[in-house]
Design a protein around this ligand. Structure first.
Ligand code: KG4
Ligand code: ZN
Length: 342
């Protein structure tokens, strides 16, 4: 009787303000998932400061990796490959993880697998949905990206739509700052909106002409800013909760409408969401309802796998490794790496 050998991936993620490492077994089982979040540090400045992020990654990365291996009870010698995010993201931040992963892989004599950050976000869905397999549709909504994607196979995507301007998470962060909630805006708007009326203020729902699946959030952001300025000029106060709830509803409505157009057009039976904004409670509820109405299976990761983490990078790296993807010792950070490109 032959026994299948486990495949163990050590994964590293440092594309923005989380220093993260994880060990993943056979692509679906998370043995450890260590995240050092720099959020408190960047909150002082109202957003991520790239130079500070890079320095902090350099300071923390060895400890984070050591902890990931220790918690998994795995030695470097037992690892089959090292996976690392090499784009998109902040170049200085990415370089720390890429250089570290290369050094480890080189020294330990292991293959190196460069991973696209968004491919990682999508792969986060495989962790808690063990039966989820391509093809399916996925909406990726993060601080830097808003993509409606058809996942044809592991690591093979068709991009159906994308944002023309701000990313969904970016809109959350900017609106939160404008109404005095501070950084990071998404979770704060999510919380405050629960006390507000989503129909209190009629913010616009932008649909991009001739591009059914594209998004635009800059008009909505301006409408919120105009509303607030209008109130201030009239000497009136505004309800933070109503603005948050109405803004959140406007974003969610557009995301759900475009997503369901795609579900119908492609006859999809499974729809997934991914990225930091996928942890938004209103978005989850609205997607759940829209999918249920159409008899479509709805998948979403737990919040810890929605925001940046290395477990999702390890899952994506496993499927790339299995396909034979190997990165050379000349792997570099690619800050504007496109999905589906290598
Ligand atoms: O995926 P992520 O951690 O980083 C990027 O790859 O960009 O996403 C971070 C984004 C931020 O804009 C943050 O405000 C947003 O995700 N976010 C949320 C929530 N939690 C995080 N947005 C709305 N509701 C939330 N609960
Ligand atoms: Zn991300």
């Amino acid at each position: 009787m032959s026994e299948m050998k486990d495949t163990l991936i050590l994964a590293v993620e440092s594309s923005c303000d989380e220093t993260a490492a994880a060990v993943v077994r056979n692509g679906r089982e998370i043995l450890s998932n260590i995240i050092y979040s720099q959020i408190d540090l960047h909150t002082l400045y109202g957003g991520v400061v790239p130079e500070i992020a890079s320095r902090k990654h350099t300071e923390k990365i060895n400890q984070v990796i050591e902890k990931a291996l220790a918690e998994a009870g795995v030695t470097l010698a037992e690892i089959d490959a090292v996976g690392v995010t090499y784009g998109p993201g902040l170049v200085g931040a990415l370089l720390v993880g890429v250089a570290e992963a290369k050094a480890i892989a080189y020294a330990a004599g292991k293959p190196l697998v460069g991973v696209h950050h968004i491919e990682g976000h999508i792969a986060a869905n495989y962790i808690e949905h063990q039966d989820l397999e391509p093809p399916f549709l996925c909406l990726v909504v993060s601080g830097g990206h808003t993509h409606l994607v058809r996942v044809r196979d592991y690591g093979t995507f068709d991009i159906l739509g994308r944002t023309r301007d701000d990313a969904a998470g970016e809109a959350f962060d900017k609106v939160a700052r404008a109404i005095g909630l501070g950084y990071p805006g998404g979770p704060k708007i999510d919380r405050v909106a629960r006390e507000g009326d989503p129909d209190a203020i009629a913010f616009p729902r932008a649909h991009v002409e001739d591009a059914l699946y594209d998004f635009s959030f800059s008009g909505l952001k301006s409408a919120v800013l105009n509303y607030i300025n209008g109130c201030r000029m009239k000497g009136e106060t505004f309800s933070q909760a109503d603005v948050a709830a109405s803004f959140q509803k406007a974003v969610t409505d557009v995301l759900v409408a475009n997503a369901m157009h795609a579900v119908e057009e492609y006859g999809a039976d499974t729809f997934a969401i991914a990225g930091g904004v996928a942890s938004n409670s209103a978005l989850r509820a609205a997607m759940q309802e829209a999918c249920a109405k159409r008899g479509v299976k709805f998948c979403y990761p737990s919040p810890v796998y929605c925001t940046d983490n290395a477990a999702m990078i390890g899952v994506a790296a496993y499927y790339e490794y299995r396909k034979g993807t190997r990165s050379g010792w000349d792997l570099n950070a690619v800050p504007n790496l496109k999905l589906g490109e290598r």
